[in-house]
Write a protein that binds this ligand. Structure first.
Ligand code: GLN
Length: 237
């Protein structure tokens, strides 16, 4: 049984990222894999799971979510080998520190060597990045600019939008996957949902094609240079 836990959807759930859990479950079950989703709310203990999902959130709830997780054994679960897929505020929380309202610096979970400061502009709009040779499409809405520590691998190269800093988006370690893309991003990029499932299960999945895969292919055709799509990176600052 694959157990997926959504962390604090009551705080990190304003951008539809809960849909990522729905997509993962649907694609696992489509292959006959038993799968369940549990939710950790503010006063709950961290449930046991092989995959944790963290969504985006507004500045205040993001700080609170970070406090709750810092006081929990979530870090131990990650160090014990659980996988985490984090979006935006979730991404920032995993790092060393982030600044949200004003210039306040806030201590993160310190599970990865990244730091997020406040940019001079908010980034709102389409986010496209090349991830392992494929296009990841999504939507971003954040004020943070994230810097990766030396040697840390980015999740993808930004083609449109800002991601971390206008050049790369997110980061990837053995157990952590993180991006600035909402959407929910796994509904828009079903191939990515499959990669995460494969990693959490430790096995290769049977091919499966749904309407979401066809819509993804259509979106990519729209975004091809032949159809007039230009690489429009924004100034990160
Ligand atoms: N509060 C964070 C920021 O603005 C994250 C926003 C989000 O999760 N969309 O940078």
């Amino acid at each position: 049984m694959l157990r997926i836990a959504t962390l604090l959807p009551d705080l990190l759930g304003t951008y539809g990222d809960g849909g990522n859990a729905t997509v993962l479950v649907a694609r696992a079950r489509a292959r006959g894999i038993a799968c369940e989703v549990v939710e950790m709310r503010r006063n709950d203990a961290v449930p046991t799971a092989s995959l944790y999902l963290m969504g985006g959130g507004e500045d205040g709830p993001q700080r609170l979510a970070c406090e709750v997780l810092r006081a929990s054994n979530f870090g131990e679960r990650v160090r014990d080998g659980a996988q985490v897929f984090a979006v935006c505020a979730g991404l920032q929380i995993l790092g060393r520190h982030f600044s949200v309202e004003g210039d306040d610096e806030f201590e993160g979970l310190g599970l990865v060597d990244i730091a997020t400061r406040r940019g001079t502009t908010r980034s709102v709009g389409d986010l496209c990045a090349k991830v392992d040779g494929r296009l990841m499409v999504g939507f971003e809405n954040h004020g943070g600019v994230t810097t990766l520590g030396d040697g840390l691998v980015a999740f993808g190269d930004v083609v449109r939008g800002r991601g971390n800093d206008g050049v790369v988006d997110g980061f990837r370690t053995e157990s952590l996957w993180a991006t600035y893309a909402h959407g929910p991003v796994l509904a828009q990029n079903p191939w990515l949902a499959d990669k995460i499932l494969e990693s959490a299960l430790g096995e290769t999945l049977e091919p499966f094609t749904s309407v979401a895969d066809r819509l993804y292919e259509e979106r990519c055709r729209e975004l091809s240079p032949r159809s007039g799509f230009e690489d429009r990176r924004r100034d990160p600052h």
